[in-house]
Design a protein around this ligand. Structure first.
Ligand code: MN
Length: 135
C-alpha cells in the first residue's frame, strides 16, 4: 500500500475507507483511543483526499479538531465555509450542525477528540451537496 496520498504524509494507520453513510468521497477514519472505564473520550484520525468530506452532523458533547496536514473546509450551518489548515485547532460546540473535510484541491488530515462520550458521540444528517461544498 502507498504510504502517502498526493499531499499528505501519513502519521497514523490509514485504515479502511469510510462508508457513504458518513462521508462523501475518499475519507479514511481510524480510531486511536477508545472510550473505556477511565477515559470517556474518543480520539481518532481522518485522512480526507481532495473533495472528501463528512456529511452534515452534530456532536452532543462537542468535538475538537486538530489539523495536522493539508488544507480543508469547515462549515457551521448558516455560516460561511471556513478554510482550515495544518496547525489549526477548532472547537465544534455541542449540538451545532456542521461538516468538515478536505479542500477541493488539497487533502486534509485531522485528529478529532470527542469528550464526555456519555452524552453521545455523533448524530448524522444529510450529505453536503456539491453546491454547498463549492460555495
Ligand atoms: Mn464533527
Amino acid at each position: 500500500m502507498k504510504n502517502k496520498t498526493p499531499e499528505l504524509t501519513f502519521i497514523f494507520p490509514k485504515g479502511e475507507k469510510g462508508t457513504d453513510d458518513f462521508f462523501t468521497g475518499n475519507a479514511y477514519p481510524t480510531a486511536l483511543v477508545d472510550e473505556d472505564s477511565i477515559y470517556n473520550t474518543l480520539v481518532g484520525n481522518v485522512y480526507f483526499e481532495p473533495k472528501a468530506r463528512t456529511k452534515w452532523h452534530s456532536h452532543p458533547a462537542g468535538q475538537i479538531l486538530i489539523i495536522t496536514d493539508g488544507i480543508g473546509y469547515h462549515q457551521i450551518e448558516g455560516k460561511s465555509i471556513e478554510i482550515i489548515k495544518k496547525g489549526d485547532v477548532i472547537k465544534c460546540p455541542p449540538n451545532v450542525k456542521h461538516w468538515h473535510g478536505a479542500s477541493a484541491e488539497t487533502g486534509m488530515q485531522q485528529l478529532y477528540i470527542i469528550p464526555n462520550t456519555e452524552k453521545g458521540i455523533v448524530e448524522w444528517n444529510e450529505k453536503v451537496t456539491e453546491e454547498e461544498y463549492l460555495k
